[in-house]
Design a binder for this molecule. Structure first.
Ligand SMILES: C[S@@+](CC[C@H](N)C(=O)[O-])C[C@H]1O[C@@H](n2cnc3c(N)ncnc32)[C@H](O)[C@@H]1O
Length: 208
């Protein structure tokens, strides 16, 4: 397993990404094409910036990336890539949401690689991760364009199924993704939702 981790670490270094987590997005992109040219992308938990850099390359100059993190961060936008807005803020704070809206009223894709500071208590870490994932879903429901996509990290554990069911209620297609670049002993998995259904569409379906 260490060999695999070293492989991704070296690959990220060679490809000038600040973190090897980039391959957890790249793998999903290659298989499911969640990002397309011209997309507006919101990247939650963006520091140190690998996902934003990768997404900027995929969506190209016609697209836009808005990344937000508790920590301040900055990465160079790749040549021929989308502009990257670097925001520092807490995704629970109303002023952060106001900033996201000010830049763009709606996004085509919401990504979340947010992770809690681990405490050593498996149960507490899972709950915290689930809280972050629920908040990411709440923001996605508020900020996604109809038909948009959502890709979100969450630690598998108690209540995980309930979270996946919530995602199922809002997206036409949902998949659980465990990328090869994610340590097999890590509880992290990624929930992919494609084809966002805005609240009105969900209501109309229930009533008909
Ligand atoms: C695994 S890192 C993200 C790595 C990033 N995707 C990349 O490829 O470079 C997780 C990030 O989530 C951020 N985070 C955790 N809680 C947050 C919150 N409440 N608001 C904003 N960011 C948060 C952390 O500060 C941390 O930088």
């Amino acid at each position: 397993m260490k060999k695999i981790q070293d492989y991704y670490f070296e690959k990220a270094k060679k490809e000038h990404y600040p973190a090897r987590s980039v391959y957890k997005l790249e793998e999903a992109q290659k298989k499911h094409t969640l990002l397309r040219r011209g997309d507006g992308v919101l990247d939650l938990g963006a520091c140190p910036g690998s996902w934003s850099m990768y997404a900027a390359k995929v969506v190209g100059v016609e697209g836009l990336i808005v990344g937000v993190d508790l920590h301040s961060w900055e990465v160079a936008a790749p040549g021929k890539g989308a502009r990257i807005h670097h925001l520092c803020g807490d995704i629970y704070a109303p002023e952060t949401v106001a900033m996201l809206r000010e830049i763009r009223s709606h996004y085509r894709v919401v990504l979340s690689d947010m992770a809690p500071k681990t405490t050593g208590s498996k149960w507490a870490d899972q709950q915290h991760s689930l809280d972050l994932a629920r908040r990411a879903l709440e923001l996605a429901a508020d900020l996604l364009e109809p038909g948009g996509n959502f890709y979100c990290k969450v630690f598998e554990g108690e209540d995980f199924k309930g979270f996946v069911d919530q995602v199922r209620g809002r997206f036409a297609m949902v998949k659980i993704v465990k990328p090869k670049s994610s340590r097999s002993e890590s509880p992290e998995v990624f929930v992919l939702g494609m084809g966002f259904k805005p609240a009105m569409a969900v209501l109309l379906k229930v009533e008909s």
